[in-house]
Design a protein around this ligand. Structure first.
Ligand code: SF4
Length: 451
């Protein structure tokens, strides 16, 4: 990987899982627009479902997700009732063909296994699905066992993502997530024995008291289990936005150069052991579908990160879930109580969003291509949207600074990221983003980092 450039690497930048990003959503767009977008989905359009379960057994202090501790047992039952009501409202309006279903959270396996299996069944009967949609579930290994794995496999689940983060016990203690390596090995074995052969690991660097050796040892232990995909994220510390992060000792956090070294070393270790680097923070075994999609130019980016899902629309179900349509981004009510009230009243529980202008779609496509492939022909994308390359260049000065800094190249309308500089991909993407350039508030920039 390339060298550490403090001004660029430490800059808070969006994750660009959508364009515009969630920071630009507003309350002027919501249920009415979502209902219209759902009705406009043609019957043959491939659609992905995302189902959010905002509960966990206990809360990890680093967590940036919309989730809370399970608490009273009846909370989950009442939440599932609301999900059922939303499924009924949405499926009445939408005719598209579901090709994949992804459960995220929180911890979907905070649900009793019978509850999750029944929910999968109800989704499959409420929507028109292809014969074998890919069904993926994020799992907290501390709540998983062989019976749960078998139940998921029987319900058609084919991929499981395990939150692993870091195997070093002293780091686990500082983030309130004690999870021995043996436990993860056991769960991986149980999933594979049950027939769920596609396994993803989520790892984190930049955690409190985490050293480069802790990251390297975590990678070494992870690859002995041979997960098909590994996502390696950098911990973003924003205690003002995420009060639970106040439990983290900020004085023990690795600084910029150390974070860069950790990410860089992890990248090199994974590539040296046969993983293919995908985008800027994912890795996959060469025969995994994500790696194939990357090689074949089919890689996409949506709210779940890098994906090979062919869905032209993503329908988010559950509190805070985001739906993506070609012309609309819309997020459900984040507050579980208000989400439940709206869904149970038979309303689409959308709370805020944004209608994408033609310019947004052009910029969004260019940013997505850049992040997925490290290169985008701006002339071609502009032409596809009936525009010219000049339409990108309110941002010329910012892009030029990146070219001068050696993290971007511009030649004949093609913007590219030099080999080894993908760590800066999101920074380069800001060069195409007039919204972030108009918005110089530090707090907004910080929020963008966790959006
Ligand atoms: S990191 Fe995962 S398990 Fe931990 S609180 Fe967040 S969603 Fe729950």
């Amino acid at each position: 990987m390339s060298r550490y450039i403090p001004d660029l690497y430490d800059r808070p930048v969006p994750r660009y899982t959508s364009y515009p990003t969630a920071v630009d959503f507003h309350e002027g767009v919501g249920a009415r627009e979502q209902a219209a977008a759902l009705k406009a989905v043609p019957a043959d359009m491939p659609v992905s479902l995302y189902v959010h379960i905002p509960y966990c057994r206990e809360i990890c202090w680093y967590c940036g997700c919309n989730t809370g501790a399970i608490g009273r047992a009846d909370r989950i039952g009442r939440y599932v009732e609301a999900l059922d009501a939303e499924i009924a409202s949405v499926s009445r309006l939408m005719r598209g063909r579901v090709v994949s279903i992804h459960f995220g959270g929180g911890s979907p396996n905070a649900l009793p296994r019978e509850e999750l299996v029944a929910l999968i069944g109800r989704l499959r009967s409420a929507f028109v699905t292809i014969a074998r949609p890919e069904i993926a579930v994020e799992l907290d290994p501390r709540l998983a066992d062989a019976a749960y794995a078998r139940a998921l496999a029987q319900a058609g689940v084919s991929r499981a993502s395990l939150g692993v983060q870091c195997f070093a016990p002293h780091v686990q203690a500082r983030i309130n997530r004690i999870q021995p390596t043996g436990m993860v090995e056991r769960v991986v074995g149980e999933l594979r024995d049950a027939g769920i052969s596609a396994i993803n690991f989520d790892l984190l660097h930049g955690l409190p008291a985490q050293s480069i050796e802790d990251v390297a040892e975590t990678i070494r232990q992870a690859i002995t289990m041979r997960p098909d995909r590994i996502a390696l994220f950098g911990y973003a510390h924003h205690p003002r936005l995420m009060p639970r992060q106040r439990m983290i000792d900020a004085t023990a956090l690795p600084r910029g150069p150390e974070r860069f070294e950790q990410a860089s070393h992890a990248h090199d270790l994974l590539v040296a052991t046969g993983y293919q680097a995908i985008g800027f923070d994912h890795f996959a075994l060469p025969d995994d579908s994500l790696a194939c999609a990357a090689r074949e130019g089919r890689l996409r980016r949506n709210f779940q990160g890098f994906t090979d899902e062919p869905g032209a629309a993503v329908i988010g179900l559950g509190a805070s879930a985001i739906s993506q349509f070609p012309g609309l981004l819309v997020q459900n009510e984040k507050h579980v109580g208000r989400y439940r009230d709206a869904a149970l009243a038979g309303r689409i529980p959308a709370a805020r969003g944004i209608e994408r202008t033609d310019e947004d779609r052009m910029l969004g496509e260019a940013i997505e291509r850049l992040l997925c492939t490290g290169e985008v022909d701006l002339s071609v994308v502009a032409h596809r949207h009936g525009r010219t390359i000049a339409d990108y260049f309110p941002a010329r000065t910012r892009l030029q600074a990146m070219v001068d800094g050696g993290i971007a190249r511009m030649s004949n309308g093609v913007l590219s990221i030099p080999p080894g500089a993908m760590a800066y991909a999101r920074v380069v993407a800001t060069g195409l983003d007039p919204r972030i350039q108009r918005d110089n508030r530090a707090d907004a920039a910080a929020e963008r980092r966790v959006s």
